[in-house]
Write a protein that binds this ligand. Structure first.
Ligand code: FAD
Length: 393
């Protein structure tokens, strides 16, 4: 397949494969190339944080391997190969194996890197984070063998955000009692009002988790009985495995080196276009019209819009209200965060079985700007989502 007139997608995560699939629905002919520095198997990343409970392995998480994906979307898939540089003038990419690949249109779906805390200690390099299949394989292996060749019993999680709480819940399924550390004072502080944080914490604690708030971890060392974490108050705690879940940073380096504008993410307009002609970005790496939303629903909206643009019908992305399910079966939770610029306050109705928190506008208390539903209230997700204004209409 000649690629001088090809659409080249860099990245085989949900963003890369979804835009490729959507484009194929609209254009059966255009040469399509997907390049990935990983094995390019198709998998659902959200399943990484409930794989233990669902007894998934790194192998069974892969729904389709690269060869199946190549056949399905009629594309050349270049796996285990990184893109090293982009020449936006010549419209070419240089790959890690030296190939220079021309493109008609380039789609960057590069994802995001886990943030790393600046930890001291001789075992700081053993701290894991789980952001892709290879990471999950290392985590699963550590859980099986970290306690002197025996299954881990003690897991320390750094970060009580969405991912940290999901892993805490999932570890309970393996009868591991995790300890979650966070410098903040409560769980998911950016997404939940205090009552909802407290209830989620209480439910996870009832299942066997422990939370240490207002406590950072400064060092991880090897000890006689496993790993020894030094906390910000100078005390120490032992663990078999340490998992870091303190956030992600969009991968912008490759784009910035090519002269593409970057801010928090690779900056694109509502047509997912960068400042360089024929170069687009979507998914976790992209900052779309000022918004970085590292979740699946936004990237599905982006993929559909970008595919239409690439197929010849310029289409801006729109964002309806997009609730996110927090995968904590110990206390089911759905969040639909108000936009960062929204002005208002939380109105919380709480019972033993449910919490319904509505974020209403200061100017008009009848206007719902976001919500959190927990317990039995999660069934109201669609009804409330319909009342929240679109983020990008
Ligand atoms: P990625 O999946 O990270 O893909 C990036 C791709 O780019 C990879 O294939 C990588 O190999 C490739 N790449 C990077 N650099 C290069 C290079 N230089 N050359 C070649 N290839 C390159 N969201 C939800 O909405 N709901 C959830 O329940 C949820 N749960 C989650 C649980 C976990 C544990 C995690 C980590 C995230 C979760 N998310 C969830 C977020 C969601 O999974 C992500 O927003 C989404 O998967 C991002 O997809 P992506 O394709 O943008 O990035």
């Amino acid at each position: 397949m000649s690629s001088g007139n090809a659409v080249v997608v860099v990245g085989s995560g949900l963003a890369g494969y979804n835009v490729a699939r959507e484009l194929r629905k609209l254009d059966a002919e255009v040469p399509l190339v997907v390049i990935s520095r990983d094995a390019a198997g198709f998998y659902s990343k959200p399943m990484l944080s409930n794989a233990l409970a669902s007894k998934k392995t790194p192998a069974t998480l892969v729904m389709k391997d690269a060869a199946k994906m190549a056949a399905e979307i009629n594309a050349r898939i270049v796996s285990n190969t990184g893109v090293q540089s982009i020449d936006t003038q010549a419209q070419t990419l240089t790959l890690s194996d030296g190939e220079v690949l021309p493109y008609r249109d380039l789609v960057l779906a590069l994802g995001a890197d886990p943030l790393r805390l600046p930890l001291q200690g001789d075992a700081a390099d053993t701290v894991l984070s789980v952001n892709d299949l290879d990471d999950f394989a290392r985590f699963a292996e550590a859980l099986d063998t970290a306690a002197g060749g025996q299954p881990a019993k003690r897991v320390a999680i750094l970060g009580a955000g969405l991912i940290g709480c999901e892993f805490a819940n999932d570890l309970l399924a393996r009868e591991i009692q995790p300890t979650v550390f966070d410098l903040a004072e409560r769980a998911l502080p950016r997404l939940l009002p205090p009552e909802a944080s407290a209830r989620l914490q209480a439910k996870l604690e009832a299942g066997g988790a422990t939370f240490r708030f207002g406590t950072g971890v400064s060092a991880v060392n090897r000890g006689a009985n496993g790993l020894v974490l030094t906390l910000s108050d100078g005390s120490t705690v032992e663990a078999d495995v340490v998992l870091s879940a303190v956030g992600l940073r969009p991968r912008t380096h490759l784009a910035a080196e090519a002269g593409i504008l970057t801010g928090q993410g690779i900056m694109v307009d509502r047509q997912l276009a960068t400042n360089r002609a024929h170069v687009y970005a979507l998914g976790d790496c992209a900052e779309v019209d000022g918004h970085c939303l590292p979740y699946v629903m936004p990237l599905m909206q982006q993929a559909r819009a970008l595919a239409a643009t690439l197929a010849g019908k310029p289409t801006p992305v729109s964002y309806p209200a997009m609730p996110v399910v927090v995968k904590t079966p110990a206390w089911p939770t759905v969040v639909c965060p108000p936009s960062a610029r929204a002005e208002g306050q939380w109105k919380v109705v709480s019972s033993d079985e449910a919490i319904e928190a509505r974020f209403v506008s200061s100017a008009n208390p009848d206007q719902l700007l976001g919500f959190v539903l927990q317990g039995k209230a999660v069934s109201q997700r669609q009804a409330l989502a319909g009342q929240v204004p679109s983020l990008l209409s």
